[in-house]
Design a protein around this ligand. Structure first.
Ligand code: ARG
Length: 458
């Protein structure tokens, strides 16, 4: 069943039909297709192309199809090429003559451009709801762990002590940018391509402002060739999803490390872990690993579409039908990952004592020891050398800077006094770091306030 049999003398070869069809996957946006058609019909009536009677009949027919598809009483017929032909075909079957007028002043090129935009817009909103939920979860971790000290790492080596709130806060900033990136993408895509025709607009007096408004766009697109061949918004969306996945996979990597026997910083809840078929003792962080793994898949989807679009001449080319499967895959995969990650995070336990103990090893207070000297008049470069030598001494004596006797300190520099121990305690190291963005509690409270306001406004 085709929309274009007129100029053909032969039936399409079955293999060609199967190769060409998109109904098996573009049925995903049947609702958007029908919503777009309803707006188009309303506009055709407004400008006098369809009578009231025809309009009513088409509208009722379309709504009936939507209802039956929603209820599962109407099935997609694989004889149709795509969702657009299917809806028009069923409509005409059901209401007769008026159904044949639905496509007046429209091409499947502007129709599919519209459907994809409507679908993408809806999905952006859904992804951002999930991100909002994730942000709230991370915010709770921040708020509840302002004074939980843990080591911070560079090169995966212990560097300086900070807090769990501060570490979580780094991810809050990443997910906040993700949220804003999606909002930007939504604003940029929100112009309606309907009425662009196949590529050159139409001679009918279509009211493009009207359909744009009906479909909650900010206005009509301004170039009909670009309208039918633009998939930038999808690429932007998939790039934003790829960045979200990158953030999730970095967090997952940390959780996987923290969950090892060697670290034991966290305990992933039983309901988000899996066992081994052979090793009875195992409790594996499969969910975190799978999210890390699926990141590659979403990148692949993005690159698939980028490559499809590369070098395409204007305007519509059938290559563009290949936008759908990778886009749907990237969207569904990312949504599943954000949802599961949030739940895993909500149920994960932090072993605060282990984190604290770990922060005491690895000379994480060496920088503060050097700063102590600087505050007592020693040049920083000299202080760096003195503390380096003391660290070496500690390694030799199998101790750390907090437990090294004062006489050892004084052997190297007379500047050291009893107050050195206070200056390099884990508490001091963290408490005194209060420039905005640092882990100190005053700075952290300020950031929490700003972020609470952000959450209240989204
Ligand atoms: N199924 C097509 C797609 O997804 C719809 C547009 C078809 N247009 C055309 N001129 N063949 O891109």
């Amino acid at each position: 069943m085709k929309l274009w049999g007129g100029r053909f003398t032969k039936e399409t070869n079955k293999l060609v039909h199967n190769f060409n069809e998109s109904l098996s996957f573009d049925n995903k946006f049947y609702e958007e297709d029908i919503t777009g058609s309803l707006a188009h019909v309303k506009m055709l009536n407004k400008v006098g192309i369809l009578t009231d009677e025809e309009t009513k009949s088409i509208e009722e027919g379309l709504k009936g199809i939507l209802r039956d598809l929603n209820e599962g009483t109407l099935e997609f017929d694989p004889e149709y090429e795509d969702i657009h032909s299917f809806v028009e075909g069923v409509l005409t079957e059901r209401i007769g003559e008026p159904g044949k007028k639905l496509h007046t002043g429209r091409s499947r090129n502007d129709q599919v451009a519209l459907d994809m935009k409507l679908y993408t817009r809806k999905e952006i909103d859904e992804v951002n709801e999930l991100i909002k939920n994730l942000l709230e979860t991370v915010y709770d971790i921040m708020e509840n762990n302002i004074d939980i000290i843990m080591p911070g790492f560079t090169h995966l080596q212990k560097a300086q002590p900070l807090t769990l709130a501060h570490h979580a806060g780094a991810y809050f900033e990443m997910f906040k940018r993700d949220y804003l990136r999606l909002k930007d993408c939504r604003a940029r895509l929100n112009y309606c391509p309907l009425g662009s025709g196949a590529l050159a607009g139409t001679t009918y007096p279509l009211d493009r402002e009207f359909t744009a408004k009906e479909l909650l766009f900010d206005g009509p697109t301004l170039n009909s060739m670009d309208s039918v061949s633009d998939r930038d918004y999808l690429i932007e969306f998939m790039s934003a999803l790829s960045i979200i996945m990158m953030h999730l996979s970095r967090f997952c990597e940390e959780i996987i490390t923290w969950n090892t026997n060697e670290y034991r910083f966290v305990e992933i809840d039983d309901s988000y872990s899996t066992g081994s078929s052979i090793m009875p003792q195992k409790k594996n962080p499969d969910i975190a690993e799978l999210i890390r793994g699926k990141t590659g898949r979403v990148y692949g989807d993005l690159f698939s579409l980028m490559t499809t679009m590369k070098g395409l001449p204007l305007a519509y080319n059938k290559d563009m039908q290949e936008d759908k499967e990778p886009a749907f895959d990237a969207i569904d995969t990312s949504k599943g990952c954000i949802l599961l990650f949030t739940d895993m995070l909500k149920t994960m336990k932090f072993n605060k004592d282990v984190m604290r103990k770990s922060s005491e090893g690895g000379f994480t207070n060496a920088t503060d020891a050097a700063d102590y000297l600087v505050k007592n008049g020693v040049a920083f470069r000299d202080a760096h050398g003195i503390i380096g030598a003391l660290v070496l001494k500690c390694i030799e004596l199998n101790t750390n800077l907090s437990e090294l006797p004062l006489e050892e300190y004084q052997k190297i520099s007379p500047v050291f006094k009893e107050d050195i121990y206070d200056a390099i305690s884990m508490e001091t190291c963290v408490l005194k770091r209060n420039t905005i963005g640092a882990p100190g509690p005053d700075a952290m409270k300020e950031v929490l306030k700003i972020n609470k306001e952000f959450l209240g406004n989204i």
